[in-house]
Ligand binder design. Structure first.
Ligand code: CFM
Length: 567
């Protein structure tokens, strides 16, 4: 056996891609080939994204209802939310996503409830509108909420219940805001469609209901921040230290009343571009609030974001304060970062998460000297990969046409540009960019594999060939990855730790990765390809070749060293 004598060459990404695809039927391989791309940071190539997953492929995606109810609407804690559908769908509204809240004293919090109309065969056959009305009345009688949202699951759309008319009638009857969301799970390609539906609903039904601004010199919203593991609290604490007030987040630890006045701020910061860019755009058109992309994941990214915000407000006092805060925070962070960096410099990470974290978390790994060998989103669109400049070239297909595009115009009374055109132009000529997101690919190295909607099969190949030191991914593949001997940091609910945002969060993350990479437990796990090799000596050659031997040849990245015996 010659395992130790093998020369391990850097895998050729084109060969890796071919290896991933070769198991698929021709049509599937053709489609997946468009979703597995060799990166070119200077001119990101077109990637296939936001298209339906081919049946049979094991994907990590969720449904449209999950994106609307679970992701965007879920965290608005005093908006009473009723799922209209079978009780099983309702389960996924029951805090299965880890958006934390800490309502102020005396405020209502419905997050711990899971309210559902429990549709039965009767309603499927004869219609569920009556039962829905009854559920709304019942919920109102018990809780007396400020507002109610009704969220549809698949059968509602299939049988044609008119939930919007029900909401309208109940609004009149109860005298409170009642709104409906046609976010049936099948409506789109993934949860991404649900984000868009939720954005439309929040914009139409909540934002703009209260014109009274919070009193603050520097006042902004953080959009697309969902307070997973307390991230929004970490960001809020940091911004407060700088003297910046957050009126509303969409939607992390936020109340219905805060969302009502979201349109009164001077600036919108967009954290998760994928899930909330629609609202940012619509608020700009209707109210004149500019938006900028922000990122509080990673120490360097956080510092950059703070400076960007300070530059927008154009105040010496704020700029000085921001620099002071960055210096203070870095003082505490740097020794931890340097110590951990020394242990893990050059190690390899891969990231396959959602619609924004696969990009944002790259900064945290880079902070401690690690290299990103591959990354991809589950359900993002081309603009999240290639940047918003490709928006005009994205083809509108039957699936995207399914989701309403709101026609938004400037509000006749309330449209008020927050900066004059001259001020905006001056900022832009100083390198400041509004309404812009450059996407993931410009920040990744040349020829790095960018993989959209990665399948379990592709993940296995990636691990066998690249042997990453850690993978950031989700619960659906976490244990598959760990059974292969690779630590997996679950980047949706954070494996119940966190927060990871801002400077304090970055320290938590470095320590967590350090712990995961230094524990000795992984060496006790024999990955499946080595197990089969041990059981059958004839397979040893294939195993050593990263399981990627094709047509009797050893792939170029794993040629045996001269003089080394093979088996
Ligand atoms: Fe935005 Fe999210 Fe994400 Fe997302 Fe999500 Fe999430 Fe996510 Mo899980 S809104 S796209 S639909 S950052 S629940 S808080 S972690 S897949 S990367």
């Amino acid at each position: 056996m010659s395992g130790t004598n093998d020369t391990l060459m850097a895998p050729d990404p084109a060969e890796v891609k071919a290896e991933m695809l070769k198991i698929y039927p021709a049509k599937t391989a053709k489609k997946r080939a468009k979703q597995i791309i060799l990166n070119e940071p200077d001119a990101p190539p077109e990637i296939g994204a936001n298209t339906r997953t081919i049946p049979g492929i094991i994907t990590q995606r969720g449904c449209t209802y999950a994106g609307c109810r679970g992701v965007v609407m879920g965290p608005i804690y005093d908006l009473l939310q009723i799922t209209h559908g079978p009780v099983g769908c309702g389960y996924y509204a029951w805090l299965t996503r880890r958006n934390l809240v800490r309502p102020a004293k005396g405020q209502t919090n419905y997050l711990q409830y899971c309210m559902n109309t429990d549709m039965q065969e009767d309603q499927i056959i004869f219609g569920g509108e009556k039962k829905l009305k009854q559920a709304i009345r019942e919920a109102y009688d018990i809780f007396k909420p400020k507002a109610i949202a009704v969220l549809a699951t698949c059968p509602v759309g299939l049988i044609g219940d008119d939930i919007h008319t029900v909401a309208k009638q109940m609004k009149e009857e109860l005298g409170i805001n009642v709104m409906a969301f046609s976010c049936e799970g099948y409506k789109g390609v993934s949860q991404s469609a649900g984000h868009h539906i939720a954005n439309n609903g929040v914009f139409k039904n909540i934002i703009g209901l209260d014109d009274q601004p919070d009193e603050a010199e520097f006042n902004m919203n953080i959009l697309g921040e969902y307070n997973i593991g307390g991230d929004a609290w970490e960001i809020d604490t940091l911004l407060r230290k700088c003297g910046i007030h957050v009126t509303s987040t969409l939607s992390g630890d936020v109340s219905y009343d805060q969302v009502k006045k979201a349109h009164t701020v001077q600036l919108n910061g967009v954290m998760c571009h994928r899930s909330i860019n629609y609202i940012a755009e619509m608020m700009e058109k209707k109210f004149g609030i500019p938006w900028i992309k922000v990122n509080f994941i990673g120490a360097e990214a956080t510092a950059k974001t703070l400076r960007k915000i300070a530059k927008f407000f154009d105040s010496k006092k704020l700029t000085d304060r921001v620099e002071e805060v960055i210096a203070q925070e870095m003082l505490a962070l740097k020794p931890v970062r340097e110590e951990i960096k020394a242990r893990h410099q050059g190690k390899k990470a891969a990231l396959f998460v959602g619609g924004s974290r696969a990009h944002h978390y790259q900064d945290l790994f880079r902070d401690i000297g690690m290299e990103i060998i591959s990354a991809g989103y589950e359900f993002a669109h081309r603009d999240d990969y290639e940047g918003r400049k490709v928006l005009p070239t994205i083809k509108v297909d039957a699936d995207s046409r399914n989701i309403e595009e709101l026609h938004v115009e400037a509000d006749p009374e309330r449209y008020k540009p927050r900066r004059t055109p001259e001020q905006m132009a001056a900022l832009e000529s100083g390198g400041f960019s509004f309404k812009d997101y450059e996407g993931m690919m410009v920040e990744m190295k040349k020829t790095t594999l960018v993989i959209d909607d990665i399948s379990h099969h592709e993940m296995e190949k990636l691990i066998e060939i690249y042997k990453p030191d850690i993978i950031g991914s989700g619960i659906k593949d976490k244990f598959v990855i760990e059974k292969m001997g690779v630590p997996c940091k679950q980047l949706h609910s954070y494996d119940y730790s966190g927060p990871y945002a801002a400077f304090g969060g970055a320290i938590n993350f470095y320590r967590e990765v350090d712990r995961m990479l230094t524990t000795k437990v992984w060496k006790y796990i024999l990955p499946p390809w080595e197990k089969s090799a041990a059981a059958s000596p004839a397979l040893v050659h294939v195993a050593k070749a990263g399981g990627a031997k094709k047509n009797g040849e050893t792939p170029s990245w794993r040629k045996p060293a001269a003089g080394g015996d093979e088996v």
